[in-house]
Design a binder for this molecule. Structure first.
Ligand SMILES: [Zn+2]
Length: 412
């Protein structure tokens, strides 16, 4: 009670939200009588928002999901929960098949035990961190000239011999491949058959290649403007006449969705505002794309696997490649991203929050259980103060341990 409830299309002032057994039971005007024995929580004027959903995230707290251990997965989930993320999709990088197998099996182990949806519904259970909704198979099927900060020799073209195994794990819910690679269309069709959000990323694709990909089920592009084609990159690849790129394809096609890294380091405020203006909050997600450097001291870290991932330098704000010429993923949580997006766009709070909740939930097919504050959905909530800093986080109605939410623990 006493909070401003952020719905997907508006804000409800001085209303209440009632949670029962991990699910939202009621959202609306204050009732004359509360349920007997209700534990009343005073939101103290905070925004009461749905917990954030991150569809593109590599790690945090010193751990990368590609480390492939249960400890790494738990560490990253725990770290992101403190930033208000209640559901996420652990995201692969380039790397060996063995490393991807290890990552999938670590995710499966954690999901079966802690952090899964049924477990965290149990009142009083220890909340280990964000829930895992599925894995984003992101690396290794990148274009050779768009590998970015990922390990170059860990990329390859998609072959059913490799990816059929990943899809059969039933863990993959988001699947990325560069559209111009040999075998991409077959990969997209297989991913679509498995119900995935099908995405094109780390790609130097032309409009024509995007059209073929679209016909095979591709509907999303990873981190807009980063590691993707532009008119000028295609001029280098294809000469003249100049070709339309992934950028034009996404902006011209209403069915296409995309995402931005709104950490204030990757894209300027005007580009963030432009993406929002062109795609709107129903077709644009904010993603953390966070590396293991989130909540860690400045220093040198590996992107991807802890033993052979590419080194980068975290300067206290963002990761940078060792030669200093490029960015190497973000080191921010989604809490930071909503603050930057609000500054860049001045959009209403419910639209900003939609891009980290209902929109990613809809795109990945999990909106029936999370993504908005509607009766019947999981009580995954974040209380945000007037600066949009998370003050309290609830997953399935259970509050994240108080000690995790100490101000000095939260980087912003
Ligand atoms: Zn990434």
């Amino acid at each position: 009670m006493n909070g401003r409830i952020v719905l997907s299309d508006s804000v409800l002032d001085s209303s209440i939200l009632i949670v029962d057994r991990g699910l939202i039971e009621y959202v609306g005007p204050t009732l004359d009588r509360l349920p007997p024995n209700a534990l009343v929580i005073d939101a103290a004027g905070c925004w009461i928002a749905p917990g954030f959903i991150d569809i593109h995230v590599h790690g945090g707290g010193g751990a990368d999901f590609m480390d492939g251990t249960v400890l790494a997965v738990r560490t990253a989930l725990h770290t992101h929960a403190r930033h208000g993320t209640t559901t996420l999709f652990p995201t692969t990088t380039t790397g060996s098949m063995h490393q991807i197998d290890s990552m999938l099996s670590a995710v499966r182990d954690v999901r079966t035990n802690l952090g899964s949806i049924p477990e965290s519904r149990i009142a009083g259970s220890q909340i280990a961190g964000s829930r895992i909704a599925g894995v984003h198979l992101y690396g290794p099927f990148f274009a050779p000239d768009k590998v970015g900060c990922h390990r170059q020799d860990g990329r390859r073209d998609p072959t059913p011999a490799e990816y059929d195994r990943y899809f059969e794990s039933e863990l993959i819910h988001i699947a990325t491949c560069a559209a111009e690679l040999e075998g991409a269309a077959h990969f997209y069709r297989t991913a679509r058959e498995h119900g995935c959000l099908v995405t094109c990323g780390h790609s130097n694709a032309t409009w024509a290649e995007m059209q073929i990909a679209f016909e095979a089920g591709m509907r999303h592009v990873d981190h807009f403007w980063c590691a993707m084609s532009s008119v000028s990159s295609l001029r280098s690849r294809c000469g003249t006449p100049m070709q339309a790129s992934m950028e034009q394809y996404v902006l011209a096609n209403e069915s296409m969705s995309t995402e931005v890294i709104a950490d204030g380091c990757h894209l300027s405020d005007e580009l963030l505002a432009f993406a929002f203006k062109m795609k709107g909050s129903k077709r644009l997600c904010l993603v953390s794309d966070s590396s293991r450097a989130l909540d860690m001291p400045k220093g040198r870290y590996r992107f991807g696997n802890e033993h052979d991932g590419e080194w980068f330098v975290y300067d206290g704000q963002v990761g940078r490649t060792m030669d200093g010429t490029g960015l190497a993923s973000s080191a921010s949580g989604l809490d930071h991203m909503i603050q930057i997006m609000l500054r860049a766009t001045g959009a209403p709070i419910h639209e900003i929050i939609r891009m980290v909740s209902l929109t990613p939930a809809e795109l990945t097919g999990i909106a029936d259980c999370c993504g908005s504050l509607d009766a019947g959905k999981q009580a995954d909530l974040v209380l945000l103060d007037s600066r949009l800093m998370p003050r309290r986080v609830f997953i399935g109605g259970v509050e994240l341990e108080g000690q995790l939410m100490r101000d000095d623990n939260i980087k912003n």
